[in-house]
Design a protein around this ligand. Sequence first.
Ligand SMILES: C[S@@+](CC[C@H](N)C(=O)[O-])C[C@H]1O[C@@H](n2cnc3c(N)ncnc32)[C@H](O)[C@@H]1O
Length: 328
Amino acid sequence: MNAGPPPGALRLSARELAPAWPASCAASDSEIIAALCEPRARISPKYFYDAAGSALFERITRLPEYYPTRTERAIMTLAAGELRQQLGAGATVIELGAGSCEKARLLCDLIQPRAYLAVDISADFLGQAVAGLRCALPGVEVRSLVADIEDEVTLPADLGGGQRLVFYPGSSIGNFDPEPAAALLASMRRLAAAGGLALIGVDLIKERSLLEAAYNDAAGITARFNLNALAHLNRLIGSDFDRRQWRHLAFFNAARSRIEMHLQATVDARVCWRGGERSFRRGECIHTENSYKYTIEHFGRMLERAGFRERLWWTDQRRWFALFLARA
Ligand SMILES: C[S@@+](CC[C@H](N)C(=O)[O-])C[C@H]1O[C@@H](n2cnc3c(N)ncnc32)[C@H](O)[C@@H]1O
């Protein structure tokens, strides 16, 4: 039984549900501005997720071009028997980046845990999702934690017992560069605690046209999602980004095995924020997201290096997506 985080466990910078972003992000102004001022300007992908961004992401998951969500859900069903066997009764599921909790709903139906903790940075959206899940799963103790998983994170001391399953679906691990991805995997192992499990969704390398279509949908929802980061930043740092001056770009960088998303200035643009400003030339880009694509072998090695012992994986017939189960 693991009634609390073991020594050295990933500590979530926890906070009760709040109307905006977690307090841990109050210090984010300087971080956001520093990234905007780099020679190659950046916005961290976590800034996609205000309530509007989270809702747009949900629309993305239902797009015909966006194969990851439906493929991962189908693989979860395939893996259910093994999961039930490995976890036993009374398990606690901890989901990182839970979003709408839709996959948690499926997972809980499949494995019937005793408790479920949803962790996400998008507070309002998480609050609604968790309320819905509580109604749908009256037999499961459903809790939420608003936290930035890039920071030190502290789990509630009275989190349910039983074996832990750390669930990180949606190929969100692909948003991290190799070094922080390795650090996050190691943290997940500690969070799962000795003998616990991690269940991680990973997007696989495939034909460029399929990858690029998934991030350039015909309905333009991914473009709206990308541009929404500017509106979110305007609120967070008091900037005056004008969305009409930017366009969405997404392409596969084969050398680095990742989809890159950028916002490209369509005019010479000057952007001001509290205490500073920057000019962007027409055509200049702000890098907003990476989404690394892996082979099964490569990701298996990453799990091994992060200290996971037994590793199992499932994939779909087309080998587009994989679900890894690893023991801490
Ligand atoms: C790509 S969505 C995946 C949502 C859902 N898990 C799924 O598989 O469909 C990423 C989720 O992670 C959350 N997120 C992104 N960066 C985060 C961070 N640094 N800390 C906590 N949550 C984060 C977002 O708010 C969003 O709900």
